[in-house]
Each structure stands twice: as structure tokens, then as C-alpha cells.
Design a protein around this ligand. Structure first.
Ligand SMILES: [Zn+2]
Length: 242
């Protein structure tokens, strides 16, 4: 076989990357077909009800990380959670950025009337690791700019914790980031107003991928407590004033 023949054969055969991309897409489509033919018919009544209206009771803001599945870990059904996800479960402070997160918050609070907003961080978060190692973001200027909203958490950890290494810093940074994003959340007028009149409650959680445990921020105690059903549910909402 001539070199030319070999080249044209190589060009027509799918590359390993293309084959693996095909397999990944096939798995997603097969999953959809399974849902469509097997799962959907079992819950047809629910989907009929949801076809024209939604009334979720809670908004769930979490990281885009593929290992976090809000409906799975809260055993929720379609229609239960209004979910917004982004790198690092960030909530930009009001007025700084009229982007997707701010829009979703305003819509959830004012149009849907959700009663709870949960901000959920997680273990082994790549965004938190990047906050600790900003050099890793040199080729990702958009991610770098976005994670400036988590800068306050990094300063908190650097100045207040005597962490020996990244392994020690990561869980504390992850918790501090959730607290920082709760503070940003409170700068949104729709949120502040409904919290002040006792119609909206905010929560800060951290989910552990390996154990499935959740810790929730207790604003009164200023620390995260296990969400294990043995205590009252910790809340991050200040007292209502109206
Ligand atoms: Zn993450």
C-alpha cells in the first residue's frame, strides 16, 4: 500500500476521539429513549399536570459539576426544584452583573414565589481548587473573572485559618464560599424584601460526594451542622423585621 493510500485510509477511518464522542452521545440518546418509553409513561399524570404550569417551592443554586444532581440528592420530582447551576455555585452581588443567576433569582422569587433558596457547594469542587490556584486559570479568562465573586472566601481562609495545605483549606474555603454567596444573595432587592417580611428563607449547604452527607449553615451559631434529621434544620435567614 502506498503512503498516499495509507493517508486516505487514515482520513476515512473514525479517530478514537470521534468514536468515543459517538459512544457518549449514543449513551445520552439511549438514556432519553429509555426515559421516553419506560419512565415517562409511569408518571404521565404528573407530566400532564406540569405541562402548563410550575409551582416549585424552592430554588436550588449549585455548581455545574456533573457529580451533583439536585433532584437525586433531595429525592425531588420534576416541578419541585427551580435549579440554577454555574461554576462554583456563585451568586454575583446585585447590580454587578445582570446575568443568568440574577435573572433566575428575580424570576424565582417574584414570578414563582419560591419560599426557599438553597445555595449548595460540594466537596472536591474544581472551582474552589482554581480559586486557590489562580495560575491554573491563565487560559480561562472568563472562569477567572467569574470566580472573582469567590475571592472573599479565599481571603477569609488565608487570613483566618492556619491551614497547612490545600487538603485542609479546601473544605473551609468551600464553606466560606457558600457563606459569601449567601451574603451576595441578600443584596438582591427581591430576596432582601421577602426575607425581611418572613416569606423567604435562605440556606447554605455543602454536599459531600463520597458520603452523600450534607452540612447546613446555621447563622445563629455561625457554623455548619450536619443535616442528619437529629437537629432542627439549620437556617441562614436573619430574623424577619416586618
Ligand atoms: Zn464545583
Amino acid at each position: 500500500m502506498s503512503d498516499k493510500d495509507k493517508q486516505s485510509l487514515a482520513a476515512s477511518a473514525p479517530s478514537p476521539e470521534a468514536e468515543s464522542a459517538d459512544a457518549a452521545l449514543r449513551q445520552i440518546v439511549d438514556g432519553f429513549l429509555h426515559f421516553h418509553h419506560e419512565i415517562f409513561p409511569q408518571q404521565e399524570e404528573l407530566f400532564k399536570k406540569l405541562a402548563t404550569a410550575q409551582a416549585p417551592k424552592a430554588m436550588f443554586i449549585t455548581c455545574a459539576d456533573s457529580r451533583i444532581v439536585p433532584e437525586l440528592i433531595t429525592h425531588s420530582s420534576p416541578g419541585d426544584l427551580f435549579v440554577t447551576r454555574n461554576v462554583g455555585n456563585v451568586v454575583p452581588p446585585y447590580g454587578q452583573m445582570n446575568g443568568g443567576v440574577s435573572t433566575a433569582i428575580e424570576y424565582a422569587v417574584l414570578a414563582l414565589g419560591v419560599q426557599h433558596i438553597i445555595i449548595c457547594g460540594h466537596s472536591d469542587c474544581g472551582a474552589m481548587r482554581a480559586v486557590l490556584n489562580p495560575d491554573s486559570l491563565e487560559k480561562m479568562p472568563t472562569v477567572k473573572a467569574w470566580l472573582r465573586h469567590a475571592e472573599v472566601a479565599k481571603t477569609m481562609v488565608h487570613e483566618n485559618c492556619n491551614c497547612a495545605d490545600e487538603k485542609e483549606s479546601m473544605p473551609i474555603l468551600t464553606e466560606e464560599n457558600v457563606i459569601a454567596q449567601l451574603q451576595h444573595l441578600r443584596t438582591h432587592p427581591s430576596v432582601a424584601s421577602r426575607m425581611a417580611n418572613g416569606h423567604l428563607f435562605i440556606h447554605g449547604w455543602v454536599y459531600d460526594i463520597e458520603t452523600s452527607e450534607i452540612k447546613a449553615y446555621d447563622a445563629d451559631q455561625g457554623r455548619f451542622l450536619p443535616l442528619d434529621g437529629s437537629h432542627p434544620i439549620p437556617v441562614a435567614t436573619p430574623k424577619a423585621r416586618f
